[in-house]
Ligand binder design. Structure first.
Ligand SMILES: [Zn+2]
Length: 482
C-alpha cells in the first residue's frame, strides 16, 4: 500500500498590486477601512454601470505570465462566470475562460538541493468578490452583512499541472510563487492578509499510470496549513484505499483548529457556471511592442539569483536562500558589496543582526533607516579593529532605531575607537606632564593617583579609547619615566 502515487496540483490566487480596482477607480487599500467605504456603482454591480479595464492589471498579469515562461495569447477576452452568492452583487464574476492571459509555463524551485519543475497550465485574471461579515456588526449585532470593499479587486489565478508529488513539494512550490510575485512586485504575496491564497487538488492512485479521484482542498491560509492539510488528505485517502473504499470527488475545507479536512460540497464543473463572453468588455489584442517592453524589464528571478549568489559569492545554499527570499534584501546585499567587497562578512551580518533588528522593529530593509553605506562603514570599523564585534552589534541596533550613522552613535555614547597605543601616547605624555603631583603620588605607592590619571586620559580622548588600553599605555609611560 505504500507505493501509492500522490498527485497534487495548485491553484494560486494573488492580489495584483494596483492602486485602483480592476474595472473602476475605487481604491484597493481596504485594510482598516470602514465597510463599503471603497465602493461605487461598478463594483457594487448596480444596473447601468459599465466596467473599464485598469491597464495596470493587464501589465502586471503579463509580467507574471512572462516570468513563468508562459506563451501569451494574442487576444484578451473576459468571461462572466455565473453563480449566486451574497458577496457577488452582479450574480457573476468577471474572469477569463478559454482565453487566459498565458498558457504552458513552468515554475522551478529547489528542495533539498534538487531542482524541481512544475508545469503551469494557465495564468488568468479575474475580479475578487466581497466579504460576508458574520460578527461585530455595530447596528445589527445578531445579523450578517456584506462588505464590498474587496469586490472588484484584481486577482491573478495561476493553475499548475498536477506535477507535485508530496505535501513538502507543494509547500516549497507555493513559497517559490510568493518569492516570484514579490520579486516582480506584482503582488505583496501576503498570505495572512489574503493577498496570496492557495487551493489544491490531490489524488492518490494505486496504479502509477493513472490518476486517482481528485479531491479539492480549500481554506489553507498559511504555508504550514498547506502542508498540514495535504498531509492529512494523504493519510485519509490512504486509509480509504486500504479499506477498499471509494474516494469521492468533492471539495473539502481545512479546519485550522481541529486539523482535519471537512467535506463541503460536490465539485462544480465548468458547465455549471455558464461562462459566456462579457458583452460590456470587448475582446482586444495585445500590442507586440508593449509586450516586448515588459519582457525586457523583467528582473532576475529568485532561483537564478540564488544560484548566482552561490557561484559568484561562494555562499552556501541556505545563506543565498535567506538573502534572495526578499528582493529588497538581496538588492541591499549587493549594494553593500559595492562598498565593501567581503561577501561572507556582509552576508553573515545581514542574515543574523540585520534581520534580527528588522524583525524587532517589524520593518523591511527599505523601511528601515539603514543604508548600505552606513552599514558597511560599521563593518569596516570592525575589520580595522576600531570597535569590537560585540560593541558593533549594539551600535547597529541604535543605528536602526535612531537613523544615526556608526560614528555618530559611537561619539554620542563615548564608545572607544582609538585603536592603536601609538595614537594614545601623546595624550598620555601630556597628562603625565600636567599632573606632576599625581605622578609622584603614584610612584610613592598610591593606587588612587593612578586611577585619577586614567580618568584624565579618558577625558582627553572623550572616551574614545578603551580603559584597558589607557591603563596599559599609562603604566608603560610611568614605568619608563620612573
Ligand atoms: Zn468601484
Amino acid at each position: 500500500m505504500n507505493n501509492l502515487k500522490i498527485t497534487i496540483g495548485l491553484e494560486v490566487h494573488c492580489q495584483l498590486s494596483t492602486r485602483a480596482k480592476m474595472f473602476c477607480r475605487c481604491g484597493t487599500d481596504y485594510i482598516g477601512k470602514g465597510p463599503n467605504s471603497l465602493t461605487c456603482p461598478v463594483c457594487l454591480g448596480l444596473p447601468g454601470s459599465l466596467p473599464v479595464l485598469n491597464q495596470r492589471v493587464l501589465d502586471l498579469a503579463l509580467q507574471l505570465a512572462l516570468a513563468l515562461g508562459c506563451r501569451i495569447l494574442p487576444k484578451v477576452v473576459f468571461h462572466r462566470k455565473n453563480y449566486f452568492y451574497p458577496d457577488l452583487p452582479k450574480g457573476y464574476q468577471v474572469s477569463q475562460y478559454d482565453y487566459p492571459i498565458g498558457v504552458n509555463g513552468s515554475i522551478d524551485y529547489a528542495l533539498q538541493g534538487q531542482r524541481k519543475s512544475v508545469r503551469i497550465k494557465r495564468v488568468h485574471v479575474e475580479e475578487d468578490a466581497g466579504k460576508l461579515v458574520h460578527e461585530g456588526m455595530a447596528l445589527m449585532p445578531d445579523q450578517s452583512g456584506v462588505d464590498f470593499n474587496r469586490s472588484g479587486i484584481p486577482l491573478a489565478e495561476i493553475v499548475t499541472e498536477p506535477d507535485i508529488r508530496s505535501p513538502e513539494e507543494a509547500r516549497e512550490c507555493l513559497m517559490m510563487f510568493r518569492s516570484l510575485v514579490r520579486y516582480l512586485e506584482v503582488s505583496d504575496g501576503n498570505m495572512e492578509e489574503g493577498s496570496l491564497r492557495c487551493d489544491a487538488n490531490i489524488s492518490l492512485s494505486r496504479n502509477p499510470g493513472e490518476m486517482g479521484v481528485k479531491v479539492e482542498v480549500k481554506n489553507m491560509n498559511s504555508f504550514r496549513s498547506v502542508y498540514r492539510a495535504l498531509s492529512f488528505e494523504v493519510e485519509r485517502q490512504k486509509v480509504l484505499l486500504h479499506e477498499g473504499k471509494e474516494i469521492s470527488q468533492e471539495t473539502r475545507h481545512w479546519d485550522e483548529i481541529k486539523h482535519v479536512t471537512v467535506s463541503s460540497r460536490g465539485k462544480e464543473e465548468a458547465e455549471d457556471y455558464r461562462y459566456f463572453p462579457d458583452p460590456d468588455l470587448l475582446p482586444f489584442s495585445i500590442d507586440e511592442a508593449s509586450l516586448m517592453n515588459i519582457r525586457e524589464k523583467l528582473p532576475e528571478l529568485p532561483l537564478e539569483r540564488k544560484e548566482r549568489f552561490m557561484l559568484e559569492y561562494e555562499l552556501t545554499e541556505s545563506e543565498a536562500g535567506v538573502l534572495v527570499s526578499s528582493k529588497m534584501l538581496a538588492d541591499f546585499f549587493e549594494e553593500c558589496l559595492k562598498e565593501l567587497n567581503k561577501p561572507k562578512t556582509v552576508c553573515n551580518w545581514i542574515t543574523t543582526e540585520v534581520l534580527r533588528n528588522l524583525k524587532n522593529l517589524g520593518k523591511n530593509i527599505n523601511q528601515s533607516e539603514i543604508t548600505p553605506k552606513a552599514f558597511t562603514e560599521l563593518l569596516r570599523m570592525i575589520e580595522k579593529k576600531e570597535i569590537s564585534g560585540t560593541i558593533a552589534k549594539s551600535v547597529l541596533e541604535e543605528m536602526f532605531t535612531s537613523g544615526m550613522n556608526a560614528r555618530e552613535v559611537i561619539s554620542k555614547r563615548g564608545i572607544s575607537f582609538i585603536s592603536s597605543e601609538k595614537e594614545l601616547e601623546n595624550i598620555v605624555v601630556d597628562v603625565i606632564e600636567n599632573n606632576p603631583q599625581s605622578v609622584a603620588d603614584y610612584l610613592g605607592g598610591k593606587q588612587k593617583a593612578f586611577n585619577f590619571l586614567v580618568g584624565q586620559v579618558m577625558r582627553q580622548t572623550r572616551g574614545q579609547a578603551s580603559p584597558e588600553m589607557v591603563k596599559n599605555v599609562l603604566y608603560k609611560q610611568l614605568s619608563a619615566g620612573g
